[in-house]
Design a binder for this molecule. Structure first.
Ligand SMILES: O=C(O)c1ccc[n+]([C@@H]2O[C@H](COP(=O)([O-])O)[C@@H](O)[C@H]2O)c1
Ligand SMILES: Cc1cc2nc[nH]c2cc1C
Length: 345
């Protein structure tokens, strides 16, 4: 992937943005989190009159060699079966995108299945699944960079078409194990602390998953470059999302960060360029054990606490109307002066 120019967002308008929020007809801070969202969107767009245009969610699917270690209760074929479900319009993400008029893009980034050509499916396949990172690196550095570039290209196209807010979803049996290993390696948190149920492991299953991750961390202990960490423990869908996030930040788009796996891609992006989180809203806090730790690492405040643990970008899709509400109040709500309402003395 080419060198990126991701600037920290300018603080030049901060005062004007906050003043506009504070002069709306409400007690100071009374719109709570909506005020923080409005502030962030204004800051990203460098305006006091923010606009949301052509929202899109990119769902990336990929398979994982680590499933050979029995770290997921579901079989690998669920990945391609769920891609077919996305294409058929019947998955949760389809429903929420339709509900909220969000464009949904579905990409095969590395599914272990030969799909028939379908114009609804972006073919970004790098390989039919990663290698088993308990034995060897999941991806080569080149494969990882190819996936990142693929993600960046999708974002460039969306930006050309006028999208200025984007969310990311994923589908990949086994990918909570990859995301957990990334969390551990990038932050130093232990596998025991970071490992959770994924799609529904019991307590014994979680202990086994943690021990697989722990051994893999020891096997690859010498890896330290952020890109090598992503290649070693990540997945094609995670690398594609990581490249897409970096490009979206470069293009000053609002990024809706999602659940556990999508946030692992953000943690990788943040390790590559820490300015990237300046462009992020955090849609929700997932029920997956380690997500809280990820959000803490990124100093992030999630919009929703719904107990979701599905992935697919569902948190971003359901949080989007709240971002709309934030932008609407900023543009449409009267100030004390406009409405002739007395402000506090
Ligand atoms: O987004 C989340 O927070 C989340 C938490 C747990 C599981 N998932 C989804 O579950 C799948 C991976 O779970 P697993 O148990 O196979 O590692 C994958 O398709 C994810 O989209 C997603
Ligand atoms: C059925 C199913 C749907 C999913 N969507 C995202 N991850 C998933 C995992 C499973 C198992």
């Amino acid at each position: 992937m080419q060198e990126l120019q991701i600037n920290a967002v300018s603080t030049e308008l901060n005062k004007a943005i906050q003043q506009k929020i504070d002069l709306k007809t409400k007690p100071l801070g009374a719109l709570g989190m909506l005020e923080k969202i409005a502030f962030k969107v204004c800051q990203i767009q460098q305006t006091t009159t923010p606009q949301l245009s052509k929202p899109a969610i990119l769902v990336c699917a990929g398979d994982h060699g680590i499933t050979q270690e029995k770290v997921s209760p579901f079989p690998q074929e669920v990945t391609f079966q769920m891609v077919m479900n996305f294409l058929g319009g019947g998955a949760a993400i389809n429903v929420f995108c339709r509900q909220n008029n969000i464009q949904l893009l579905v990409a095969d980034t590395g599914v272990n299945f030969d799909f028939e050509a379908n114009e609804q499916l972006l073919d970004l396949k790098v390989r039919k699944g990663t290698r088993n990172f308990a034995v060897e690196p999941a991806m080569t550095r080149e494969e990882c960079q190819t996936a990142m570039t693929n993600g960046a290209k999708v974002i460039e196209q969306l930006h050309l078409e006028g999208t200025n807010i984007v969310g990311f979803g994923e589908m990949g049996i086994g990918n909570t194990t990859a995301a957990t290993a990334l969390l551990c390696k990038y932050t130093g948190i232990s596998a025991n602390e970071a490992s959770g149920a994924g799609t529904g492991l019991d307590a014994e299953g979680i202990l086994h998953k943690a021990s697989v991750i722990d051994k893999a961390l020891q096997l690859h202990a010498e890896i330290s470059h952020p890109l090598d960490i992503l290649a070693t423990f990540g997945g094609y869908e995670i690398a594609t999302i990581c490249g897409a996030i970096l490009k979206a930040a470069e293009l000053n788009m609002v990024i809706l960060s999602d659940g556990f796996i999508a946030t692992s891609a953000l943690i990788a992006a943040h390790a590559i360029n820490p300015n990237v989180t300046d462009y992020c809203l955090f849609a929700h806090e997932s029920n997956e054990q380690g997500h809280k730790l990820m959000l803490k690492h990124l100093k992030a405040e999630p919009i929703l606490h719904l107990g979701l643990r599905l992935g697919e970008g569902t948190g971003s899709a359901v949080a989007y109307p709240l971002v709309q509400s934030a932008v609407c109040f900023m543009n449409e709500m009267s100030s004390f002066e406009d409405a002739g309402v007395s402000n506090k003395e």
